[in-house]
Design a protein around this ligand. Structure first.
Ligand SMILES: [Zn+2]
Length: 94
């Protein structure tokens, strides 16, 4: 999938485990790519996708988040979206 962050298009792709060096996700800002380990469970992929998006936003906007802050914010965001189905449309259209 393609995701635009701060005007830049990034490609998010599932990659074979051999290319992931044991990682669940990788964010390569200059290559404009995010890789997700294809062998991960669906729930892990969801968290990894948001995690790498937040890394890219952090880099694009210079917020200088730590790895721990990215991890915590990712879990908070995933829980918010899971617990409030349709929240994006509601906020945009109410
Ligand atoms: Zn990370």
């Amino acid at each position: 999938m393609e995701i635009k962050i701060s005007g830049i298009n990034f490609q998010m792709q599932d990659k074979e485990p051999e290319k992931m060096n044991g990682l669940v996700g990788m964010a390569m800002f200059n290559a404009q790519e995010m890789w997700i380990n294809a062998s991960s469970t669906q729930q892990t992929k969801i968290i990894a996708r948001w995690h790498e998006i937040i890394h890219m936003m952090d880099r694009a906007y210079g917020t200088k988040l730590t790895e721990e802050q990215v991890t915590i914010f990712t879990h908070a965001l995933v829980a918010l979206l899971r617990d409030n189905e349709g929240i994006v449309d509601q906020i945009n259209n109410d």
